[in-house]
Design a protein around this ligand. Structure first.
Ligand SMILES: Cc1ncc(COP(=O)(O)O)c(C=O)c1O
Length: 247
């Protein structure tokens, strides 16, 4: 909760309303928390920019060392214009761009962007190109249960994803547990305990190493967790109406 009303009034005065105000100090603090999540053999944190793709925020988040999870070519462009290296961006999208957009996506992939295949159709559409250039692909598998803020669901997801990876991906080097890290938005809510979640994932990744000899790097993709409570829409009350009879 931002306490400094003088700043809010000054922003409203200077820029008019409505205006969005962001708390840079808090965003930096949140970006610093996520990489401290316990992990067995390294952790990459990707900011899921669909949570807020404001071009002023992206370089701040980039400077804190977070990578980017983008969900469309438009988001990739926004991140790129904000100065983010394509090598730090992964795309998880519902549709493979076509024609000129496809050519642009290919340029980004050749410059280091990771494509996260989200369906078999996408694998057919993008697989040949990636193979031709000897590049790696990321694969997104739905483990069968929904993502959720509930830590129990997260644990289940970790177990299911690790089992799928062990059975079908003998060469995978990274396991990505996605987003959905809960932030407390209402006074009666509690945020996720990232230390507890990380500890669980760390143990599973260690056990995997004991069984298979393989060291998996871990990735997470928090979006809302980084920015949900760090932005304010400043508006003015322009009218007031009474409801119901007052006599
Ligand atoms: C692929 C992917 N990663 C990360 C996220 C981030 O979710 P959240 O903002 O709830 O952390 C989403 C949300 O839709 C997603 O689809």
């Amino acid at each position: 909760m931002y306490e400094n009303t003088a700043d809010i009034l000054q922003a409203a005065e200077q820029y008019g309303t409505p205006v969005y105000l962001y708390d840079e100090g808090m965003i930096v603090k949140k970006c610093g928390e996520a990489p401290n999540m316990p992990s067995a053999f390294g952790l990459t944190v990707r900011y899921a920019m669909k949570a807020n793709s404001n071009r002023t925020l992206l370089p701040i988040i980039d400077r804190q060392g977070l990578y980017i999870d983008a969900s469309s070519l438009i988001e990739i462009r926004r991140a790129y214009i904000a100065g983010i290296d394509p090598k730090r961006i992964m795309l998880s999208t519902q549709e493979v761009p076509e024609n000129e957009d496809r050519a642009e996506l290919e340029r980004f992939i050749l410059n280091g962007l990771t494509y996260n295949v989200c369906s078999l159709r996408q694998l057919y559409l993008i697989g040949d190109f990636v193979q031709k250039h000897g590049l790696d692909l990321s694969v997104r598998i739905h483990p069968g249960i929904g993502s959720g803020a509930d830590p129990f669901i997260w644990w289940q997801n970790i177990d299911l994803e690790m089992a799928i990876l062990e059975e079908y991906f003998p060469y995978a080097e990274t396991v990505n547990f996605g987003g959905g890290l809960k932030e407390a938005r209402m006074p009666d809510e509690l945020p996720v305990d990232i230390a507890e979640l990380g500890e669980y994932a760390k143990q599973r990744i260690r056990q995997f190493k004991q069984r298979t000899g393989r060291k998996l790097r871990m990735e997470i993709e928090p979006g809302a967790y980084i920015v949900a409570n760090e932005g304010y829409a400043i508006t003015r009350v322009i009218d007031k109406k009474e409801r119901g009879r007052t006599d």
